[in-house]
Design a protein around this ligand. Structure first.
Ligand code: S3P
Length: 173
């Protein structure tokens, strides 16, 4: 069983996945890193030169590769990976999903000015977070086996809380 961390940008998916993978002694993967290594291009470069649609195709290919090669890893996913029904099916079939969330203010302060995160709309950064999050929230929630607010605590604490929840649910047997 894989453990997928899903959620919006800036909710701590990559950092917490790394910590979790160490605690669980499982492998760690990040679908964004996989895309960069497969394509040998940065994410902003792919968005800029090839467009978001092409990026989303690469994202599905990266997710397929990740689950084909890893039956039992902690996998951080890009914030928009959950959008495609095809990807949703892959997530459901290949592990459990932990939905990480934080307030819009928290997300804004974590991702503002990060040049590695291309704009998803032509709206202002705050409006983009508000609107994109509103559209995606039902999808994140529908996929989530459980959820965690990562806004008010260090990543280490979030990883510990996830470990506790996994253990209580019997997912670590
Ligand atoms: C995206 C989130 C990013 C990355 C790409 C698109 C999105 O991943 O996949 O910039 O659509 O929300 P992170 O959530 O790791 O920042």
């Amino acid at each position: 069983m894989n453990i997928f961390l899903i959620g919006y940008r800036g909710t701590g998916k990559s950092t917490i996945s790394k910590l979790l993978s160490k605690k669980l002694q499982k492998g760690f993967l990040d679908t964004d890193d996989l895309i960069v290594s497969i394509r040998e291009k940065s994410i902003p470069e792919i968005f800029e030169k090839e467009g978001e649609k092409r990026f989303r195709k690469c994202e599905t290919a990266a997710l397929k590769k990740a689950v084909r090669e890893n039956p039992s890893a902690v996998i951080a996913t890009g914030g928009g990976l959950v959008l495609k029904p095809q990807n949703q099916r892959i997530l459901r079939r290949n592990g459990i999903c932990i939905y990480l969330f934080a307030s819009e203010d928290e997300i804004y302060s974590r991702i503002f000015g990060d040049e590695n995160r291309p704009a998803l709309t032509n709206k202002s950064p705050r409006q983009e977070i508000h609107d994109v999050l509103a559209a995606r929230k039902p999808i994140y929630e529908s996929l989530a086996d459980f959820s965690l607010d990562t806004g008010n605590q260090e990543a280490e604490k979030s990883a510990e809380l996830i470990l506790d929840a996994l253990s209580k649910r019997g997912d670590l047997k």
